[in-house]
Design a protein around this ligand. Structure first.
Ligand code: NDP
Length: 241
């Protein structure tokens, strides 16, 4: 029977590519999103993948959302913690709201989502938890103390959870993308991208969302059962942690 995969933030950018790649690989896929209904409806129409709206920063919303997905598709075998946001500013100007929003969405969500599915995975002795961190969680970045802290936290979360569940058929891994061609990066001014960002990438281009999605499909496979607690860096050679 087809395994069930749930991708948070699975309607746009990297998440949309992950949702589509998992579907193409034979999974029953659910994609969640926060509030951009137009993008979600467009994604649903073109992919045929069902979409679900809830805030991954809310534990209760995640509980209700996962319950609905499981009622519709069956127990979640593969959880992809992809949803994320940025609220960049120098730390000495950062507000508590900017700090909390980024920590809760990018790191709190890993607790809020994974906690809903881990007991079922343990009972069924199979599971894949794959989280999308960032190069900036590995190396730090100007204006991103909140984001870098959250994304570094995703890596620690992965290492510890992998240890706890290694004997139970559950793998837990994290991917650290470099700069990928999505709306998040397109929000960076074009001249900054061309003059400052791309020249720092040895392959001399942005990554494509599909290049992250391929790695998720690889890690989700039954055959990837010996890979756990690992951090997969996909950044065009820009940084090696
Ligand atoms: P996008 O901004 O293109 O898409 C973000 C997705 O996450 C959307 O589906 C959005 O929903 C959803 N989302 C955001 N906040 C929430 C929330 N609170 N609850 C539920 N869903 C939410 O992002 P990217 O595709 O660029 O990034 C995906 C992940 O990859 C993020 O974790 C990001 O930090 C990480 N990353 C991205 C890089 C890049 O270069 N793009 C580099 C390194 C890491 P909605 O459409 O409703 O807003």
């Amino acid at each position: 029977m087809a395994r069930v995969a749930l991708v948070t933030g699975g309607t746009r950018g990297i998440g949309a590519a992950i949702s589509k790649a998992l579907k193409a690989a034979g999974y029953k896929v659910a994609a969640s999103y926060a509030g951009n209904d137009a993008a979600a409806e467009k994604f649903k129409a073109e992919s045929g993948i069902p979409v679900y709206k809830w805030d991954v920063a809310s534990f209760d919303a995640c509980a209700a959302g996962v319950k609905q997905v499981e009622a519709d598709l069956g127990p979640v075998d593969v959880l992809v913690n992809n949803a994320g946001i940025t609220k960049d500013t120098a730390f000495h100007k950062m507000t508590l709201e900017q700090w909390n929003a980024v920590i809760n969405t990018n790191l709190g969500s890993l607790f809020n989502m994974t906690r809903q599915v881990i007991e079922g995975m343990r009972a069924r002795k199979f599971g894949r938890v794959i989280s999308i961190s960032s190069i900036n969680g590995q190396k730090g970045q100007f204006g991103q103390v909140n984001y870098s802290a959250a994304k570094a936290g995703d890596i620690g979360f992965t290492k510890a959870l992998a240890l706890e569940n290694a004997k139970g058929g559950i793998t837990v891994n994290v991917i650290c993308p470099g700069y990928i061609n999505t709306e998040m990066v397109q929000a960076v001014p074009k001249d900054v991208l061309e003059k400052n960002v791309i020249p720092q990438i040895p392959v001399n281009r942005l990554g494509e969302p599909e290049e992250i999605a391929r790695a998720v499909v690889f890690l989700a496979a039954d055959e990837a059962g010996f890979i756990t607690g690992s951090t997969l860096t996909i950044n065009g050679g820009q940084y090696h942690a």
